[in-house]
Design a protein around this ligand. Structure first.
Ligand code: NAD
Length: 448
């Protein structure tokens, strides 16, 4: 599966047409390969606030080189601005003063992170100024170009030490297709900051369940969690058994074949994880289906009942499985539950009332559990935009082209982009990252 347009624009004739016709010209995004440095370049740290002083030290632990002043004609790979010190709207000018002189001299695929205080946790003029950061970062994400990304990380007071895994993700090529996002740290639930001994194997000794693991995004999630040190338990329907087994053998993992929407699926999964692995640390609800049809044409007598199938697999199954694993104490302390929503669940889509309801429901599941979970267990979700897989290969050509170009990066994402975001949530050092829904959509123009 590939983006043919992107291949075409890098050919000599394609380059000529792009120039003369003003066609979209997607930048080839840098992606992380095992063994690469996390950030290939220097990150400039600026601003004044609760984190400014500790940031260089936090970056150093991650192996990221940083500077606090810019030398003459020095180029940067990333910029981190601590905006937690901005107490009213007149102080927002500090953003322009810091960023404007730097933006023309950034390296390719640059990374920008603005750090703020969650507006809902402060009052008056400070709340106004902190809320303003969202419009700033989302707009800069659309302006930055060259495959760059821009994010806003709201860090609650007292949660400063829990920011490092998030910086590692957002400053590295692991977040290639994530832009214009707002992440909250230390806002939901209560947990201690967890440190990991080996930054390249944060999941060493952990067990990760991945549903729908035999192909597409699920396969990439399984590979990425394995790369990070996890023992992966792949799950898929019996029809996908041979692909699933081959992959799990390659990853030295374990497998389970069943339909997650089956009545006894939650009990069978809980039993398997308890008996064979003594519990589970990471649960990724990736399996999902589409059965598109406009609502006016959707009836219970449909072939297979499109409504019931999609809601059953995409929403009711993750809800029931999560509930069973929690009730039976199968999820270990400090574990993470990760949902796979969709941009369709945020913006809506023609022909997808069933799918969008199921995916918005996955966001609801995150909201409903984030404050309730005990033992440092977290729940978060990704909302992918247009990701090039067999699911999207079935989309008609014209719709597919629009889907791929209508984002700040003018291209579709890859399964690895979703997988890296999930690996960041799963990282035990992300113990204060709870209740988030991050879109992996190249900052799609649709939806918030
Ligand atoms: P895919 O169809 O390639 O893979 C889905 C996997 O889930 C398959 O292996 C399938 O056998 C498995 N599965 C389906 N129903 C199951 C069931 N009842 N029990 C167990 N396993 C089941 O899809 P994908 O593109 O890799 O999508 C993965 C997830 O990402 C889905 O939840 C999808 O809704 C979501 N998503 C994808 C995109 C995209 O652009 N591809 C965008 C947004 C969200």
């Amino acid at each position: 599966m590939s983006d043919k347009y992107q291949g075409f624009v890098s050919s000599p004739i394609g380059k000529l047409l792009v120039k003369n016709l003003g066609l979209p010209n997607p930048t080839k995004l840098e992606r992380y390969e095992a063994g690469d440095p996390l950030v290939d370049g220097t990150v400039l740290v600026g601003g004044t606030g609760r984190l400014a002083e500790s940031l260089p030290g936090l970056l150093d632990v991650l192996g990221i080189a940083s500077a606090t002043t810019a030398g003459e004609s020095q180029r940067f790979k990333g910029l981190v601005f601590d905006a937690t010190g901005l107490k009213d709207s007149t102080e927002l000018v500090a953003l322009r003063d810091f960023f404007t002189p730097l933006l023309r001299s950034l390296e390719d695929c640059p990374r920008v992170v603005v750090i703020g205080t969650p507006p809902e946790l402060v009052k008056g003029p400070e709340r106004v100024a902190q809320r303003a950061l969202e419009g700033f970062t989302r707009s800069l994400g659309k302006e930055i170009g060259k495959g760059g990304t821009v994010q806003l990380v709201y860090v609650a007071e007292g949660a400063e030490a829990g920011v490092s895994s998030t910086l590692g993700f957002l400053l590295s090529p692991k977040s290639a297709y994530v832009s214009g996002q707002v992440v909250r740290i230390g806002v939901h639930g209560k947990a201690e900051v967890t440190e990991v001994a080996d930054q390249t194997q944060p999941l060493a000794g952990k067990v990760a369940l991945v549903t729908g693991a035999s192909r597409g995004i699920g396969e990439s999630i399984a590979r990425t969690l394995h790369r990070d040190g996890a023992k992966v338990v792949g799950l898929d329907v019996p029809q996908a058994a041979s692909e699933l087994q081959a992959l799990m053998k390659e990853l030295d993992g374990d497998w389970l074949t069943l339909d997650i929407s089956g009545d006894d699926a939650p009990q069978r999964i809980a039993h398997h994880l308890t008996e064979k692995h003594g519990g589970v640390d990471v649960v990724v609800h990736n399996a999902g289906i589409t059965r598109d049809r406009k609502l006016a044409n959707m009836s219970p007598n449909d072939k297979g009942d499109r409504w019931a199938q999609v809601l059953g697999v995409n929403l009711t199954a993750p809800e029931r499985i999560t509930r069973e694993l929690l009730d039976q104490g199968v999820i270990n302390a400090g574990g993470s539950i990760i949902g796979v929503a969709s941009i369709a669940g945020i913006a809506g889509n023609v022909g997808q009332t069933n799918y969008a309801a199921s995916k918005a429901g996955v966001i609801g599941l995150v909201d409903s559990l984030a404050d309730e979970l005990a033992d440092g267990i977290t729940i978060n979700a990704v909302a992918p935009g247009f990701i090039i897989t067999q699911m999207t290969a079935a989309v008609p050509f014209a719709t597919r082209e629009v889907g791929q170009r209508l984002n700040a990066m003018a291209q579709g994402g890859l399964p690895i982009d979703v997988a890296e975001t999930i690996a960041w949530y799963a990282n035990p050092a992300s113990s204060l990252v709870n209740g988030n829904v991050v879109r992996v959509c190249g900052q799609m123009m649709l939806g918030a």
